[in-house]
Write a protein that binds this ligand. Structure first.
Ligand SMILES: [Zn+2]
Ligand SMILES: [Zn+2]
Length: 343
């Protein structure tokens, strides 16, 4: 039987690259993975803080090529695609209300079912989104994150010249800052990392600041009112608290980072006193993927600088270790060139 290589976690803290049976040619599409992104969710799964059944093929961010089109389908072999990794049933009440990203029967690839850190994936065609040639290979590697950013920003309106602060300038924070700038907001990027501040400034943030100086800079930029919108893109209670504090009365807080370890010490009184609206978006839907691809293909957003490291599939453990710190998106490169390019 033909085998494919895949990155498998076999227990908390343990990961190996092993041979798995290749997907059969069935009524579903088969995609050969070209590149796959590693994100914080993968690290939490690897550490065991997000529970999964073992062994589990990891990963949910990918770009690849259809090698077997679903019979009778619309997306032929040879198409460059990404997979929407949030599966949905298409039949439940939430799916029928166009809330497929909340499907009760759904799950995430690489968490609830086997994922995309594999040479080939078998998947229903409905989860495929075609990527046009105008999107570069580096940009394509970040599209899945952009779709979640698009989905999140659909929940907030931004009027030109309103002030939007973005706390945390990792991949998602950088994309939030760019998208907000392109929507006309005055963006203030907040992070301790100097080079991430410089990157955000080059990609559309009008001002950047460290967390310690953020209150002062936001006050200065808004005549003391506070930010109309604050996007929290770190996922800690401390940064969510800062988002609440930086918001103007009647402002909006977009809680994008997922807080999993709260201590119960948020400034709750400010939620009431400022009459804030907090948005807690989850995942992304098919229309968000289409919008993310169109925004990138149209040249409106610049995703290439966000890919900062590439590793061979066989070096997955080293790739996980490289996430965070000075890296933005770390990519597993499964292309023939990528297999030779890295130590
Ligand atoms: Zn992710
Ligand atoms: Zn459903």
């Amino acid at each position: 039987m033909r085998a494919v290589r895949a990155v498998v976690t076999t227990g908390p803290g343990s990961v190996e690259v092993r041979d798995m049976p290749a997907p059969p040619r069935s009524d579903r599409a088969v995609v050969r993975v070209d590149q796959a992104g590693i994100c914080g969710t993968d690290l939490k799964i690897l550490a065991g803080s997000i529970p999964v059944e073992y062994p589990r093929v990891m990963g949910h961010e990918m770009v690849g090529e259809v090698v077997h089109g679903a019979p009778g389908g619309d997306i032929p072999a040879g198409s460059r695609v990404l997979i929407n990794p949030a599966t949905f049933c298409g039949r439940c009440d939430l799916c029928r209300r166009d809330l497929r990203h909340l499907c009760a029967a759904g799950g995430l690839l690489g968490r609830d079912v086997d994922g995309v850190f594999s040479e080939e994936i078998e998947i229903d065609e409905v989860f495929l989104h075609v990527i046009p040639a105008a999107v570069s290979r580096d940009a394509a590697a970040v599209l899945q994150v952009l779709a979640t950013v698009v989905h999140a920003q659909r929940t907030v309106s931004v009027f030109p010249d309103e002030t939007a602060a973005v706390i945390g300038l990792g991949v998602a924070g950088q994309l939030h800052a760019q998208l907000l700038a392109s929507r006309g907001a005055n963006v203030i990027g907040v992070t301790r990392s100097r080079w991430k501040r410089e990157l955000a400034a080059g990609l559309g943030a009008g001002r950047t600041t460290t967390p310690d100086e953020a209150a002062e800079i936001v006050a200065e930029a808004t005549g003391g009112r506070g930010a109309d919108l604050v996007v929290e893109s770190v996922g800690t209670e401390a940064t969510l608290a800062r988002a609440i504090e930086l918001a103007a009365p009647a402002g909006h807080v977009l809680a994008f980072g997922t807080v999993t370890d709260g201590t119960g010490e948020l400034p709750y009184y400010q939620l009431y006193f400022k009459e804030l609206t907090v948005h807690s978006p989850r995942a992304a839907g098919p229309a968000d993927y289409d919008a993310a691809i169109a925004l990138t293909a149209g040249g409106r957003l610049h995703l290439e600088p966000l890919v900062t490291a590439r590793f061979r599939l066989d070096d997955a453990a080293a790739a996980f270790a490289a996430v965070g710190g000075d890296n933005l998106k770390v990519v597993l490169d499964l292309s023939p060139a990528g297999q030779g390019a890295h130590a």
